[in-house]
Ligand binder design. Structure first.
Ligand code: DX5
Ligand code: ZN
Length: 226
């Protein structure tokens, strides 16, 4: 069975002066998840926001809250993000030495698990972790900032993870994050990604975020037919 296509606008690129409206616009236009980027200024050079942002999203929208933890030692904050209303916690393979324990803990809280890998992190980390994952996040830029250019060698990495999904008969999502726009989206979907994060391509689009959400979703659905 083909995995369901999901579009996940990254609110990092939204306008915080009217965040509730930006979220409603993408929700009504067909977004499937809200991607919430948590950055600590250590694991990545940038600082974004903390668990409070997850609470805010929960207040203004019923959309699934997909939380991407770009933080050192994420084990310190799991309970806080659970309390704030996260539906999924994606941790980075590079950020913790106790991945098994951490993924189990996230599942014990009843949340979906995700494991992210930076562009040159060996995919062996992912293969070992597959039985514990609802989602693999193949980073398609170096994490830390919106608006960066897609790294082309990611395509082969997505293909590899997709080949494991079919050969092991598993149903985890393959998420991509960074530089996803009208051009790169078709390529990543054809390589096997089904969960697509987009920040700038949605919120900085000249015709607005509702139009861009619809366009990207249609493109992804069309690409998934091939
Ligand atoms: C990057 C973040 C992304 C970011 C994507 O570190 O994880 O989620 O918001 O932004 P765009 O789509 O603009 O590359
Ligand atoms: Zn992200």
């Amino acid at each position: 069975m083909k995995p369901t296509i999901k579009l996940a606008p990254s609110i990092l690129a939204a306008n915080f002066a009217h965040l509730a409206k930006d979220i409603k616009d993408v929700e009504e236009a067909g977004a499937d998840l809200l991607h919430i980027d948590i950055m600590d200024g250590n694991f990545v050079p940038n600082i974004s926001f903390g668990p409070h942002m997850v609470e805010v999203c929960k207040k203004v929208s019923p959309l699934y809250r997909d939380v991407h933890l770009m933080i050192e030692k994420p084990e310190r904050y799991i309970a806080d993000f659970v309390r704030a209303g996260a539906n999924n916690l994606t941790i980075h393979a590079e950020a913790s030495v106790h991945l098994h324990r951490l993924l189990q803990e996230i599942r014990d809280f009843g949340l979906d698990t995700g494991l992210a890998v930076n562009p040159l992190t060996p995919l062996a980390f992912v293969e070992e972790a597959l039985p514990y994952l609802d989602k693999v996040l193949v980073m398609t830029v170096n994490p830390g900032f919106g608006g960066q250019r897609f790294i082309e060698t990611s395509i082969e990495r997505i293909r590899k993870v997709a080949s494991w999904r079919s050969s092991y008969g598993l149903e985890f999502d393959i998420q991509v994050d960074g530089g996803i726009d009208e051009t790169t989206l078709t390529k990543v979907v054809q390589a096997g990604a089904n969960n697509l994060v987009a920040g700038s391509a949605i919120f900085n689009h000249s015709k607005g975020s509702a139009v861009s959400t619809k366009q990207l979703k249609e493109l992804a659905l069309a690409a998934s037919l091939y």
